[in-house]
Design a protein around this ligand. Sequence first.
Ligand code: 6GU
Length: 246
Amino acid sequence: MHIDIFTLFPAMVRGPLDESILRRARDAGLLTVGIHDIRAVTTDRHHVCDDAPYGGGAGMVMKCEPVFAAVESVYLEGPIILLTPQGRLFSQSIASELSGQAHLTLICGHYEGVDERIRTQLATDEISIGDYVLTGGELAALVVVDAVARLVPGVLHDATSALDESHAGGLLEYPHYTRPPEFRGWGVPETLLSGDHAKIARWRRKESLRRTRDRRPELFAHWLAINSPLSKQDQQLLRELERSDE
Ligand code: 6GU
C-alpha cells in the first residue's frame, strides 16, 4: 500500500512512521509513505498557505492553491481523505475498508479550517478520529495510517492477531497475563495456568462478553443485534454472567 500525506508540518508525522511495526512494514516494502510539505509548492516570497476568512471572523483558513497544487503534483489514484473534526467518525470498519485500497491520499487540515473548495472539489472523503479538537489533522492522519497499515497482509507477524483482538469481532478483547504467575501477591486466573485449551477459550470468551457489556454497553447492544441468534455457548456464558451479577 502507498500512502501520501500532505501537511504543513511534515516533522509532526515523520517520527512515528520510523518506529516499530510501521518501520518494519516500510522496510519490507509492504507500506510506502510519501510525506509532502504543502508549503514547498508555494511560489510567493513568503510561502503563504493561509488567509483571513471571507466574511470576517477569528482565525485563518487554509488556502486552496497550495493544497490543490501539492496533491495534483503527485496524485495517481484512490481516495483523497481530508482529516477534519467534521468528517465521518473513524472506526475499525473504516480502517478495514481503507486497507483494501492500493493508494491513499491524506490531507491534514490546519488553522480554523480549510477553504470549503478543498472539501468539495478535491477530497473524496472526510474523516475525524473522535469528538475532541486537535490542533491539526497530523496526529489524526497517523492514527489512520497506523490502524490501516496493520491490516495490510504481512504487516503483522501473526495474521490471527488482527482477527482476535478488540473490536475486530465487535467485542472487546479478554484480559492478558504473562509470567510471573504471582507478582506482588497478585495472581493469574487459575484457568489460564490449567493447560486445558477448551476451558481457556471458554474463559476468554466469557471475559470478552463481560468487558464489552460492562464497559461499552452500546458496542455490546450492537454486537447482540448483529449476532442473534447467539450460539448456545454465548447464551450460556451470558446467563452465567447475569447470575454472578446478583
Ligand atoms: Cl481529523 N482534525 C482535528 N483538527 N481535530 C480532530 C480530528 C481531526 N479528529 C478529531 N479531532
